[in-house]
Design a protein around this ligand. Structure first.
Ligand SMILES: Nc1ncnc2c1ncn2[C@@H]1O[C@H](COP(=O)(O)OP(=O)(O)OP(=O)(O)O)[C@@H](O)[C@H]1O
Ligand SMILES: C[C@@](O)(CCOP(=O)(O)O)CC(=O)O
Length: 527
């Protein structure tokens, strides 16, 4: 086989509405995929990897490196099924000279399960030649996935968006993965989705057109290829296996399909595959279970994107919360007080639907009244919310657009109130008072539409939607005013993230030259 290199990326996520509710298939979540991405490069190019063609008797080796971390190289030996041994075996090769053994369950399971699926679909004898050269995998996450506070401090830079753009790409974190401060963009979901997608492509289980949205649109009713759906199902499976539980899966879905209104799949589809010890001896077929035509994969992905000239802003709040414990407490409350919970969840659900409908309506208005829409964005970008409706003599189209923005503001506020109520009823700090103060300060800034705490909430982060008018001097942009508030905010340590919304539909095939800083990084990697 001639050497090949495959590079794939997948985005991070922000659950702007639907936290907790999205765990139940009766409700949905509005998830925005981020411009910050995870990249997986798979290569068997002898020059690049410095390794060589295997002799037929030596084992298949896969080396994985995460160059942003200390002690983050993992080598695996792969045994394909032969004779009586029907399962794929992926074992870590431990270097006896190394003082500490580093393991990465997420990476190991992704490789193991993807090769097992490939071997079922292609047959072991067709899979073997695809692994005839040793494989090198490089994993990289955009800086946003990890807190850059220490990097900014060490360079004497203030915590602003401008400072973040000055940092080199894929900065080393100077710690092992287990000690890194994550920012909540869903590193593990983006990592697994990009890794399994890259391997499925590399092993030719799916064609590159699987991730070409133009081809997908022209060839498929729903605009989504079979290959992308297979990658999604596999990534959901691996993520659940690595986390040891079946979550809602909104993060993996966003990494695969992009921004969307997400309704989860029923847990039943993965139950037979979820035994960690027994997964590779089970008689359950991966090919059948993970197939895009398996009706048990009953998730729903409705396309969604933010209206034009609206910017998503994110800030990492350096306090942190333990999501699983928040989820455990909320679900306990829901179990103990089902009626109270149902009433509140139904109420929040209507508000969530109202928000996505309003944003959708704004997309339609922006297309229909392009000039008026731009004018309104510019006009509102310098006004505080209380002034938005102050001029009733504006032309009808402009008035209509302003009313929708006003509605978006009110609905985000109503959702926040609903989430705070859920927090107080379940005794969980979903939007704790410190975050309420921060959000109230931010949304009172001119040009800010609304905001909230993403996902499970707590002390981790906040999101805002702000007007982002074209041809506006940097100093007059709402995002610049917000940054000013964040950098001087005293009661919490607030640090911006660079991420905006990714309008691309999830997994994307990349070229090394097209990813800023990648070529340089690869050229500096030791063999
Ligand atoms: N750059 C990376 N290279 C290799 N593995 C990684 C990398 N980043 C994350 N991981 C894997 O993902 C695991 C973290 O998963 P975890 O579910 O705790 O994070 P998360 O909830 O997705 O994070 P966040 O949403 O805060 O970004 C790590 O232990 C590691 O196995
Ligand atoms: C609480 C929950 O609905 C969202 C958690 O989101 P996040 O990881 O806090 O972004 C859990 C889930 O959907 O898996």
């Amino acid at each position: 086989m001639s050497p090949t290199t495959t590079l794939v990326s997948s985005p991070g996520k922000v659950l702007v509405a639907g936290g907790y509710l999205v765990l139940d298939p009766l409700y949905s979540g509005t998830v925005v995929s981020t411009s910050s991405r995870f990249y997986t490069l798979v290569t068997d190019d002898l020059v690049q990897s410095g390794s060589g063609r295997r002799s037929p008797t030596s084992p298949i080796q896969i080396r994985v490196r995460s160059p942003q971390f200390v002690n983050a190289t993992w080598t695996y030996k792969v045994t394909l099924p032969t004779g009586d041994n029907k399962s794929v075996l992926v074992e870590q090769v431990i270097d006896p000279s190394s003082a500490t053994v580093s393991k990465n369950k997420f990476v190991q399971l992704a490789i193991d399960r993807t090769i097992a699926l490939a071997s079922e679909i292609l047959g072991p004898s067709s899979t073997e030649p695809l692994l005839s050269n040793d494989i090198d995998i490089i994993i990289l996450g955009d800086n946003d996935f990890y807190s850059q506070r220490a990097q900014l401090t060490s360079r004497n830079l203030p915590p602003t968006l401008t400072s973040l753009t000055q940092l080199p790409s894929f900065l080393h974190t100077n710690v092992p993965i287990s000690q890194v401060h994550k920012t909540g963009l869903g590193s593990s979901a983006a990592l697994i989705t990009s890794l399994v997608s890259a391997l499925l492509l590399h092993l030719k289980v799916i064609p590159p057109s699987s991730f070409d949205s133009k081809v997908e649109k022209s060839e498929n009713d729903g605009g989504v290829s079979e290959g992308r759906r297979l990658a999604h199902n596999l990534a959901q499976y691996v993520h659940c296996l690595a986390q040891g539980k079946i979550g809602s899966g909104f993060d993996v879905s966003a990494a695969c399909f992009g921004s969307q209104i997400y309704t989860r799949f029923g847990k039943e589809v993965l139950d037979p595959l979820m035994s960690v010890e027994g997964y590779n001896t089970t008689d359950v077929s991966l090919k059948t279970t993970l197939s895009s035509s398996n009706p048990l994969w009953n998730y729903r992905v409705e396309p969604f994107q933010l209206p034009p000239s609206i910017r998503l802003m994110l800030a990492d709040v350096d306090a942190g919360s333990d999501t699983p414990s928040l989820v455990g407490k909320v679900l306990k409350w829901r179990k103990e007080r089902p009626e109270e919970a149902k009433e509140l969840w139904d109420h929040i659900n209507l508000l969530n639907q109202k928000l996505s409908k309003t944003l959708r309506e704004l997309n339609i208005l922006a297309e229909k009244f392009e000039v008026e829409y731009k004018k309104v964005v510019k006009y509102l970008s310098s006004l505080m919310y209380v002034q938005w409706l102050a001029n009733p003599s504006l032309p009808e189209a402009e008035q209509k657009i302003i009313e929708q923005f006003y509605q978006a503001r009110q609905t985000t506020e109503d959702i926040r109130a609903g989430m705070r109520k859920m927090g107080s009823l379940s005794c969980v700090p979903i939007e704790p008072p410190e975050q309420t103060d921060l959000l109230d300060t931010c949304i009172s800034v001119a040009g800010v539409i609304g905001g909230g705490v993403p996902g499970a909430g707590g002390y981790d982060a906040i999101w805002l939607l702000v007007f982002d008018p074209e041809d506006c001097p940097q100093t007059d942009l709402p995002s610049t005013r917000v940054e000013g508030v964040w950098s001087t905010y005293k009661s919490l340590d607030v640090s911006p993230l660079l991420a905006t919304e990714s309008k691309d539909k999830g997994v994307r095939i990349e070229s090394v030259d097209g990813v800023k800083g990648l070529k340089e990084l690869l050229s500096e990697l030791p063999n």
